[in-house]
Design a protein around this ligand. Structure first.
Ligand SMILES: [Zn+2]
Length: 66
């Protein structure tokens, strides 16, 4: 079952909602405040690659034996 993540811009509530492919996402409302048309996040299904965050690895270049 496809699970989608939603974010309510009205109250800032994050929640998940099961949506069938034949079900309109307009029917999704915030369970907290009841606001409609929440912001849909990336679904857990399918590709979950959201950009590539590169962390500059800072490592000591010189190693001295003492
Ligand atoms: Zn809300």
């Amino acid at each position: 079952m496809p699970l989608y993540e939603f974010h309510c811009r009205s109250c800032g509530q994050d929640f998940e909602e099961f949506l069938f492919p034949s079900e309109p996402e307009d029917a999704v409302v915030c369970p907290s405040c009841g606001a409609d048309h929440p912001e849909r996040r990336l679904s857990l299904f399918g590709v979950g690659a959201e950009g590539a965050r590169t962390a500059p690895a800072s490592s000591c270049g010189t190693s001295s034996f003492g």
